[in-house]
Write a protein of this length. Structure first.
Lengths: 235, 235
């Protein structure tokens, strides 16, 4: 079944159309999605995600900007228990190694953190980047080879925000040996697994990132991140 | 001047709070931002961007997910004419090389495309990634070194969507030798210029990507991008 058919209302043309600011309530909704989005590990409900909802959030991802309009992404929807079990095993192996990279109290704290919801989330999703998409020379990639990976991440973030609006939580799991994901998912050599995501309905989310709650890391102030005209510049 | 001070309403705690789906109008607003967002090259108005608007869109970027809560980004706001002129020169040099990489009709079409608005846009913004942010071992980056770059791209996409809601157009320019950007902006070796963006108010946007309008590339159907359980899998 491929429920992701042609878009409805396909009236797109080459025309310019009015594009001013959104209304105040519309703006508030966009900012709500941006600020309430969380990286979800433990709040997944077991309920399946409706196909209409899934179609909308995939369509949001597919509407991302891409270098040279190459759209280098693919979406591997993973529901099969055997595949998720293998991915879970790959996470456990890498995570045991990761834990050893921290010392003392940090290692103990690391061990206590819940870093994935691979088995609990009813849907896993690997978003990949096909590094050959668009041919040997892609407009905009001529001097910046990684822009195809960046395009794929734009698709991830679009999906993440759309998911928040739909009441779907998303958690990005990155503690894998890439070779394990390639083997389990059968990825060709020219395809990179950019993001491995766990998705499911959520009833609640944390107000602030869990790593801050647990004292692992603290947020920087925006003012410290902003420069004027050059690195380190400002008034 | 650093107008990007502490957030108001700083009542964040470790508490879980209700997080169901948005209302239908809120969801529509999120999808409107996602689907109306364009990569803007030629529609910039000269009007300066209000500091309150700029603060909101930078705050949206700063709310992006980041690996290990490392927040590896910085935001270099570029208004100085001399800096923009130097960046424009760097673009022109790289673009002349890029043009030669295409053959025949493609080269002629490439030459006709407008690929940047560096001089016309009232604000340029370089979003960088500090590859040392978070220290030598970052949670979630232990087995995937590029996740800091990916976090930075999530910030770019948050900013892009917030900008659409504010009536601000954004264009991502990637046709540079990275060394030129590093020199002009004084970037340390451990800081990568992930995205060079042109920003300004817009009154109109294209309904569909300009590269499609000009016949340079065509959008793929979402259905062709979706697999089940493994690469190439599906029904």
């Amino acid at each position: 079944m491929k429920p992701f058919g042609p878009e409805t209302g396909g009236t797109e043309t080459g025309a310019l159309k009015p594009a001013g600011p959104f209304s105040a309530p519309e703006r508030a909704a966009v900012y709500r999605a941006i600020h309430e989005r969380r990286d979800v590990r433990g709040q997944f409900l077991a309920d399946a995600i409706d196909e209409a909802v899934l179609s909308r959030i995939l369509r949001a991802a597919h509407a991302a900007p891409s270098v040279g309009l190459s759209q280098p992404w693919n979406f591997i929807l993973i529901r099969d228990d055997a595949v998720r079990c293998a991915v879970r095993g790959a996470f456990e192996r890498a995570n045991a190694e990761a834990r050893e990279m921290f010392e003392g109290d940090r290692r103990a704290l690391y061990s206590d953190l819940k870093l994935q919801g691979i088995s609990e989330a009813p849907l896993n999703l690997c978003i990949t980047c096909d590094r050959r998409r668009g041919g040997p020379v892609v407009l905009g990639r001529t001097h910046a080879a990684d822009t195809d990976l960046y395009s794929t991440v734009c698709a991830v973030q679009n999906l993440w925000l759309a998911a928040r609006a739909e009441g779907i939580g998303v958690g990005w799991v990155s503690i894998f040996h890439e070779a394990d994901l390639r083997r389990i998912l059968g990825l060709p050599d020219h395809v990179v697994p950019v993001a491995y995501l766990c998705l499911g309905h959520v009833r609640e989310l944390y107000e602030t990132p869990e790593l801050e709650i647990h004292g692992w890391a603290h947020k920087h102030a925006l003012a410290d991140m902003v420069f004027e005209d050059r690195w380190g510049g400002g008034e």
